[in-house]
Write a protein that binds this ligand. Sequence first.
Ligand SMILES: [Zn+2]
Length: 254
Amino acid sequence: MSRLYKTQGLILSHSYVGEADALLCIYTPFLGKLRAVARGVKRSKSRLAGHLEPLTHCSLMLARGRNLDIISGCDTIEAFAPLRASLWLTSCGLYVAELTDRLGMEGTDNRKLFQLLLNTLQSLSQGVEPSTVLRYFEFRSMACSGYLPEIWRCVACGHSLEMASHAFSPPAGGLLCPQCRPGNGPYRTVSVGGIKVLRFFSRHGLPAVAKLRLKPEVLREIEGLMQLYVTYVLDQEVNTAKWLRTLQASGEGR
Ligand SMILES: [Zn+2]
């Protein structure tokens, strides 16, 4: 096996180690999540500097290392400059990156998740309404990681659901009909409008979703629902979700 290999990737996060090295978490189309070291990247003369910032789409040359692979070359494919110009958009980008980090597995390819992340960063960068993009990413990232919630039939008995509000149960993994709804939690009632949006998400890509003009109350409802579901699946809240709420409370992202 050759010691050198090439891949494209999206930089999810980076942290400096030692005097000048960086430890990177990268999401790739064919290798899943990849952790690698960039040597000397903090030095101003480094050829790698500037190409390995979080939320960069790049083409990488790596050398297999004993523990971690080492980045020997890198070119930027897309830097998503508009994301970096706004604190809110940067934070939205870091949120989808963290969710990808939590869902993605090392050495297991998930091209759908890679493509979803790439399309999401492009949409945020092109000015598509960020809240809609984030809700779509949450729903679809769950779906392409094996956690697609059942939103068409009752997840317990399989009966088709009439158009009405229904209970959504994270442990059951979807909507429940009135007969299967438990007497007490954990579930959340989803409105007809909310169910319609989730069904639209399940059937359409980002270009169609980008044209939606969702009411703020429906977006808030889906945000609360997806937060509940994502937290249940990951068994922990996504750190950047808390940061986004702090920013929103201070007036960002409105
Ligand atoms: Zn049922």
